[in-house]
Structure formats: C-alpha cells, structure tokens
Design a protein around this ligand. Structure first.
Ligand SMILES: *Cc1c(COP(=O)(O)O)cnc(C)c1O
Length: 374
C-alpha cells in the first residue's frame, strides 16, 4: 500500500500531463512565460485573493513574505511548536528570533491563549520587536484565524499564513491561503496539491507587497531582470511544473478534494470508537494533507505502527519532536511555557495512508489491522 499514491494519480492524468510536458520541451520555454501567469491567475481565483506569485518552494515562499516585511535581526516571529521545520527555519534564516508557541490538542494548530502569553512575555522582556505571527494550517485544517486576527490587531502584528498543508481547505466560505496578510503554500509532491518536484506560491491582496514579491523572487529586479533594485533570491517556479499543476489543479477541484474527504469520513466512522480521530472544527473543511490519529500512549502508537508496517501498510509520525527541541534552534529561539500539548501529541500521533484514490478495501485493511492491536 502507498502512503500517498502518486503513481495511480499519474496513470489517470498521464495523457494530459505527457502532452503538456512535451509541449514545454519542444518549445524550450523552461523559465517564466504565459503558463506561469495563467497558473497564477487560476490559483488566485481559486483561493479568492487578488495576487498569486509562484516561486520555487514553500520554504522560499515563507522567506520571501518575511523579506517583504523587512523581518530580520531583533524581530520576534511567533511560530507554532508543532509543525514542519520550515515554519521556524525561514524567520531564523533572516536573523529573526522564532518564539515557539504551544498548539491545541484537538486541532493541532497554534493555541490563541498560548500565543497571547507569548506575545506578552516578549513585550515584557523588551528585547525583541514583535512583528509576525506564522499561523500554520496543519494537516489540512485552517488555524483559528478569528482569534489570531484579533491578537494581530491588538498587538499590531502581521499574519503570515503557512498554508503548505492547508491548500484546498476552507473555513466558512473563505479558502485556505486567503487568511494571512500574506499566505503561502507548497507544491512539494506529497502536499494536497503537489507538482513533480519542488514548487510554491505566495498569495496576497496587497498590491505593493505583490509587486515587491515579484521582484524579490527574481533577483530583486526593477524594470527588467538586468535592473536590480534590491537584494532578492532566485526563486521561480519552472514552466514544466506550472503546466503539470494546471492539469492537477483541475483534477484537485473536480474530484480529489471530495474523494479524499470521503476516505477521511470512512476512517473516522470506523475508528472513532477506538482511537482519537481528527477533529475538524464546525464550519471548517479540511484538505487532509494528513489523516492523523491520536493513540492512547506512545507504547500503543509504536505498536500499531510496527504491526501495520509488517502488513505493508506505511504510516508516518508527524511530528516526532517539538520545534523547541530541535538542535538547530538551540540558542536562537525563545521558549514559552512547557509545551504540554506538543509533548502529548508527539508521542501519540500517527498519520495513516490517505489519498484521493484510496479504495474502501484499502481503508478496511488499515482499519482491521488497527482494531487488532488496540
Ligand atoms: C512542506 C511544508 C513547508 C515547506 O514547503 P517546501 O515546498 O517543502 O519548501 C512549510 N511549511 C509546512 C507546514 C510544510 O508542511
């Protein structure tokens, strides 16, 4: 069994993808061009924001957003403690100090109560400038933007929505990647919408930031690429990836999002009595970047993982460590509180195989194997 069956997806889309990739190779227009612009417009329309800027990956997208706001040495950036490394890596790379904040035990997303404590602590200490909240839409569900926006307003902070796992999700009638002052996503192959290599995108309604982002991802270009008005990056999406993404976006909207929600529903119906199944907030719609169960304790989690592996069923532990525990952040982050929920989750979480092409038989196999071992 595959954790995410990208091979099956390719077989379904093969004729369209092969044809488009061949066209790019025949034309040899590998960088930039109208394919990129078309994809950016489709993504912006889908998410419901004014501007989309494609870039090389989701980590660069975060860095570019922070560069647009001039985030650097002396600035405090609030980041959930339970997330993928990039959410804290990007601010740290720019010299800013990540402040790791505990998450909610049920949604896995940043806790607004812990966030306010962290903001107050940084202000009290008086050494850093509180600048940005990085809110991550973990495992496919949007963070609590109502509460986060209130705090951002109250303490004059910007919101950077890390929607690398959230793309396709929604809260009410507002789509993921539309909640941040700037929002980002990743097209890494295993993300909800993935390409065939690395890719990313940045979303904003702000015209000035959009213009600056376009410049920053292209060596800080001015009127053209040989007029450089700021220090930027080389962070563009390949044309090849853009044509693949255009085909995959259609399938994502027309079929995959509802299919993966059907799979999630099957899992939850079968498992909710024996383990803690993912909690999706009322009015929220998840894109199921992961389907993560919470086991009774570490022993049970590790046993289930091992037994499933023996049956050729792959599972993953996202994440085995809190951000505050990562060696890379030692001496360069600020810790707030004891991270009770991260510590609880890291020992108990287990991500099960999930993708839009998963059959009921596959789901049943996973469920039966788990039932045997709880
Ligand atoms: C994958 C991921 C990223 C980074 O995306 P890349 O395209 O791999 O650089 C950032 N944040 C989160 C939450 C992610 O899951």
């Amino acid at each position: 069994m595959e954790f995410k069956d990208l091979k099956k997806q390719y077989q379904i889309l093969k004729s369209d993808i092969d044809c488009e990739v061949e066209r790019v190779m025949t034309n040899c227009n590998f960088i930039a061009g109208e394919e990129i612009t078309e994809l950016e417009q489709q993504l912006a329309n889908y998410v419901g924001v004014k501007h989309c800027i494609a870039c090389a990956n989701g980590t660069d997208a975060l860095q570019l957003a922070l560069m647009t706001w001039g985030v650097g040495v002396g600035d405090a950036v609030f980041v959930p403690d339970f997330t993928f490394f990039s959410s804290g890596e990007a601010p740290a790379l720019l010299g800013a100090t990540p402040i790791f904040v505990d998450v909610e035990k049920d949604t896995f997303n940043i806790s607004p109560v812990s966030l306010e404590q962290a903001i107050k602590q940084v202000i009290e200490q008086g050494e850093l400038n509180p600048k940005v909240i990085v809110a991550v839409d973990l495992f496919g569900q949007t963070a609590d933007y109502r509460a986060i926006r209130e705090l951002a307003n109250q303490y004059d902070l910007k919101i950077l929505e890390d929607g690398a796992q959230g793309f396709g999700g929604a809260s009410g009638n507002k789509k993921a990647c539309s909640f941040g002052d700037i929002s980002t996503t990743s097209f890494f192959p295993a993300k909800p919408l993935g390409c065939y290599g690395d890719g990313g995108a940045i979303f904003t309604d702000n015209d000035d930031w959009a213009e600056e982002l376009r410049s920053l991802c292209f060596h800080g270009k001015g009127i053209n690429q040989y007029d450089n008005i700021r220090i930027g990056m080389n962070s563009r999406l390949d044309t090849m990836q853009a044509v693949i993404l255009k085909i995959k976006l259609k399938q994502f909207i027309n079929y995959e999002l509802s299919a993966i929600n059907d799979v999630a529903r099957m899992y939850t119906n079968a498992l909710s009595d024996i383990v803690i199944t993912p909690y999706v907030e009322e009015n929220n719609f998840s894109s199921w970047a992961q389907y993560t169960i919470i086991c009774k304790d570490k022993e049970q989690r590790d046993l289930i993982k091992e037994k499933l592996k023996k049956q050729d069923i792959p599972t993953m532990i996202y994440y085995p460590k809190g951000m505050h525990e990562q060696l890379a952040f030692e001496d360069r982050c600020i810790k707030v509180g004891d991270y009770e929920n991260t510590m609880y989750l890291k020992d108990r979480v287990l991500a099960l195989p999930i993708h839009p092409y998963m059959t009921k038989e596959d789901v049943d196999r996973v469920v039966q194997e788990i039932k045997k071992n709880v």
